[in-house]
Design a protein around this ligand. Structure first.
Ligand code: FAD
Ligand code: DLZ
Ligand code: SF4
Length: 508
């Protein structure tokens, strides 16, 4: 009996679970560009273009490999508009009565498939190193789910950077060496860029027509859109940037948005790169003496540690995770997050790079936009919506735990043992943004004080009940408590003035 094999826009590898058990001679592969997926949030146009272009090329590859692929383009007149609608249409067309699908990375779509009026068999997504069972087994009975211990298990499981039972070099984690401020010279030219071919150009025209008004610049478009290109982008990163990845992982430079980062997360999520192969290639660079251990360990930790752990948390915590708001924050996201002019140089720089490239690196997301949103008490649901909209690598399974958990502490501390907050000092040390800012990062209390300096203490003060007993924050509360009353008063009033101006829509 013929079956439908669903391949979603972020499942673009022949190694995907649903395809592995399919039969070329009897089964039909269904792929569809649909309005529901393209508009459940207003995605950055570059993200939609990347997905549609990669989907079209993948469908062509599958056909070449002998599969019967029914592919629906967004503008096709009989497009049903949703994944389930397309499955039903294709079922009627082919006479298929059941669907094999690889589990989607979002509760919304899992639920839609489970409730579809056709039998859908969901298979676990085996592109991840830790299965749901592995993660839940690891998490069971632990008081705190700290990434570091999970990561060690992943090292043992994969054998990456292992010498027998011990970590290569004698240490599991070389983060201590990875906090250098921004360098003066950056020889790396950033990620490899690709000229759009005919398929990509067609998609760009479609996306311009249909999503041209969304936040984000579509052209120039240079992303890799197939596995071959993505592998070349990875090799380019390993050759040109990996050796310095560790040292400057946390640095931010106005003229080098990508610095030594890989810009491969969108490719891994789509299925264009395999996470394990990425890590093996990085390990090989260390074994060949091309990249130092601190860089390679740091990079591998992001992928088999953070990426896997974050996914584990998303599925463990369940569909209500995105609605959490442990700190009761309720302010609106200010217009500068949508590109309105701003005096805060760091925010306007990160937002404009995001708008341009659908990309910002981790520290920009965590310690500039995320830090600001948390200090200013923005509603985490709005922050979550923003991050899901603006980045090419934003899928709920990876975005939500990073935003709700790591960045906004809205899950009450499942991911982070303390909130990621800092004053302007941190941004000044790690970037060149403050040099051209309208505010003065050295000013802690005055009219021109950096807003991070004011809001930092305002945050600690208003959340004293929750955080003063946290051993990692005691020192900051002690400093706050030792401050003279009039200085404390000035800071809190300055912060309130700033928040009021922001609430009234003033340029800040
Ligand atoms: P690199 O810095 O070169 O790191 C290498 C790889 O490690 C990445 O490609 C990625 O696959 C993995 N990685 C690193 N950190 C993380 C992490 N915290 N979680 C998961 N994978 C990680 N990542 C997303 O993929 N999608 C998101 O929507 C997303 N939203 C984020 C929101 C916030 C507030 C924060 C703080 C982080 C977010 N991240 C997200 C994690 C991280 O910022 C990106 O994975 C990274 O910036 C991708 O760029 P890169 O490929 O150049 O990464
Ligand atoms: C993100 C996305 C977009 C924009 N469009 C489509 C689409 O038209 N068809 C499709 O199959 N998938 C798309 N996707 C990816 C899905 O939204 C993704 O599979 C889920 O969010 C789960 O990760
Ligand atoms: Fe950002 Fe403050 Fe530096 Fe300005 S002074 S760039 S607001 S950290």
């Amino acid at each position: 009996m013929s079956r439908l094999i669903l391949v979603l826009g972020d499942q673009l590898t022949e190694d995907i679970a649903a395809l592995r058990e399919a039969d070329k001679t009897t089964d039909t592969v269904v792929m569809a560009e649909v309005d529901d997926e393209a508009s459940y949030v207003q995605h950055h146009p570059k993200k939609i273009a990347l997905i549609f272009a990669a989907m079209r090329k993948h469908a062509a590859r599958l056909r070449d490999a002998g599969w019967d692929v029914r592919y629906t383009q967004l503008d096709d007149t009989d497009n049903a508009g949703s994944i389930v609608g397309e499955l039903l249409r294709r079922a009627e067309e082919t006479g298929a009565s059941e669907v094999i699908a690889t589990e989607p990375g979002e509760w919304r779509l899992i639920e839609a498939l489970q409730n579809a009026p056709i039998k859908v068999h969901l298979r676990e997504d085996t592109r991840f190193i830790a299965s749901h069972r592995d993660f839940d087994g690891w998490a069971k009975g632990r008081k705190a789910l700290r990434m570091e211990y999970f990561y060690r298990d992943m090292r043992r499981k994969t054998g990456l950077l292992m010498e027998g039972d011990d970590p290569a070099g004698g240490k599991w984690n070389y983060d201590h060496d990875n906090r250098k401020p921004a360098p003066d010279e950056v020889p790396s030219t950033g990620p490899m860029q690709f000229t759009p071919d005919e398929t990509v150009e067609e998609v760009l025209d479609l996306v311009e027509r249909r999503f041209g008004n969304s936040f984000g610049t579509l052209r120039p478009f240079w992303f890799a859109t197939d596995q071959g290109q993505a592998r070349r982008a990875l090799s380019h990163f390993i050759k040109t940037a990996l050796p310095s990845f560790g040292d400057y992982q946390d640095a931010m430079l106005s003229d080098h948005g990508f610095l030594y980062h890989a810009m491969i997360s969108p490719y891994i999520h789509l299925g264009l790169l395999d996470p394990l192969e990425v890590c093996q290639a990085a390990e090989q660079a260390w074994r060949d003496g091309h990249a130092p251990l601190n860089a390679v360990e740091g990079f591998i930790r992001q992928i088999i540690g953070w990426r896997e752990y974050i996914r584990g948390i998303y599925f463990r915590e369940g569909p209500d995770y995105t609605k959490r708001n442990a700190l009761g924050h309720s302010r609106a996201l200010p217009p500068m997050f949508w590109g309105a002019q701003a005096d805060m140089r760091c925010i306007s720089k990160v937002v404009s790079e995001t708008q341009e490239e659908a990309y910002a690196h981790h520290i920009q997301r965590l310690m500039v936009t995320g830090n600001f949103a948390l200090l200013a008490g923005i509603d985490p649901a709005e922050v979550h919506d923003w991050y899901l909209r603006v980045y090419a690598d934003a899928y709920e399974w990876v975005e939500a735990p990073n935003v709700i958990g790591m960045s906004q502490f809205a899950d009450g501390g499942i991911i982070a043992s303390k909130p990621y907050v800092s004053s302007g000092n941190y941004i000044d040390r790690m970037s060149d943004y403050c040099k051209s800012c309208a505010y003065d990062v050295k000013d802690k209390t005055g009219d021109n004080a950096c807003p991070f300096n004011l809001l930092y203490w305002h945050f600690l003060d208003r959340h004293r009940d929750r955080f003063s007993g946290n051993p990692r924050m005691g020192q900051m509360y002690a400093i706050w408590d030792r401050m003279k009353d009039d200085k404390r008063d000035k800071i809190l009033k300055g912060a309130e003035r700033f928040l009021n101006r922001m609430a009234q829509g003033a340029k800040v």
